[in-house]
Design a protein around this ligand. Structure first.
Ligand code: 3EB
Length: 341
């Protein structure tokens, strides 16, 4: 059966988060085919095809945050390839795409190009709804060659790319914009064929694309979550979430309060009221249903506090990966993301 047939059989993607560097091939082998891998590694590597699937390797693991691998799977047969420097895998319903940009004196123009190439590729193959994007940005709080913070420089180029594609992709997807441990930008994302996605905002937070210029010349371009209908229920992809109320950082200099506020933001985002507000039925979630949890902590000394709070909040068997990286605003100390299914 061809990759683009069997439209009647729309299945989801699912993932597992495996702690430890490069688990042995075949270990934890689940049903299905690999759509994409994200390796949180102790050094960078070019995106590559690994055992026939696109793989992004991002430098995120150190003495504090351990190595991990997130493996996205699908029931459908997959095809992989390269496009310029990028790698991709598709199953006729979903696309996983990964690309990396080396360190730049100024990111804006190169990020715009990187994104436009990615959006064009995705659009032309019919994956016209973006689901979930991850942006790992090195030196994220450092100034670029013109003195603009690299996160803001990155956001500028990304916003221009989306503006140039306005009117095609229906809405901005859930995303993460987070630090990594070496320079440059890693980008990977999942997109889907049309008709299954709902994009969500959080009533406690200003939509990121409406942040005031106080937070950068061009607003960050992402939604707070994306719901993707599946065969039974669906997946709710939760963006990187921080201690932001309205558009302002809450609890500057207080790691415990930032962690609790972040978890509360997620609880409201995934809760029934918010899902119903966005026309999503199904999914009776609370923050405790967040799975594939990734926790980004700026200061290594804070990891134990954050871990204690997460241990209290999440079920005992929950897979949680901790990373010691910078967060996109200097005063943000922690950021949390995951998927509810
Ligand atoms: C925030 O809410 C915190 O730039 O893609 C979270 C998720 C954040 C995604 C991004 C940034 C991004 O503004 C930071």
């Amino acid at each position: 059966m061809g990759l683009h047939e069997s439209e009647d059989c729309v299945r989801g993607v699912w993932s597992e988060l495996v702690a430890g560097a490069a688990p042995p091939e075949g270990a934890g082998a689940e049903r299905g085919n690999v759509l994409g891998r994200i390796r949180f590694a102790t050094e960078s590597a070019q995106p590559a095809l690994v055992s026939g699937a696109a793989c992004l390797t991002t430098h995120m693991a150190n003495d504090v945050g351990s190595a991990a691998e997130e493996v996205w799977r699908t029931d459908r047969p997959v095809l992989s390839g390269t496009s310029g420097d990028a790698v991709y895998t598709e199953d006729g319903e979903h696309l996983f795409y990964a690309v990396r940009l080396e360190s730049q004196p100024i990111y804006r123009e190169r990020v715009r190009q990187l994104y436009e190439d990615a959006l064009r590729f995705t659009w032309e193959r019919g994956y016209t709804e973006l689901v979930r994007m991850w942006n790992q940005v090195g030196d994220i709080n450092c100034p670029n060659a013109e003195g603009l913070e690299i996160y803001r420089d990155f956001c500028f180029g990304r916003a221009e790319a989306f503006a140039n594609w306005e009117g095609r992709f229906r809405q901005l997807p859930a995303a993460t914009g987070i630090g990594k441990l070496s320079p440059g930008v890693d980008l990977c994302f999942i997109a889907t064929k049309p008709g299954r996605t709902v994009y969500l905002e959080n009533p406690r937070q200003t939509p990121a694309y409406k942040y005031s210029p106080r937070y950068g010349p061009k607003s960050p371009t992402f939604a707070r979550a994306t719901f993707v209908r599946g065969e039974n229920n669906g997946n709710l992809f939760v963006s990187g979430t921080a201690s932001i109320l309205g558009e302002d950082t809450a609890h500057v200099d207080d790691i415990a309060r930032q962690t609790v506020e972040t978890l509360r933001n997620i609880d409201v985002l995934v809760g029934n009221d918010n899902l119903h507000r966005h026309g999503v039925d199904g999914g009776e979630y609370t923050v405790r249903d967040l799975d594939q949890v990734k926790v980004y902590v700026r200061d290594p000394k804070h990891v134990s506090v954050v871990r204690d709070i997460c241990t209290l909040v999440f079920p005992a068997d929950r897979e949680i990966a901790y990373f010691n990286v910078d967060v996109c605003r200097p005063e943000l100390l922690v950021e949390i993301e995951g998927v509810c299914r």
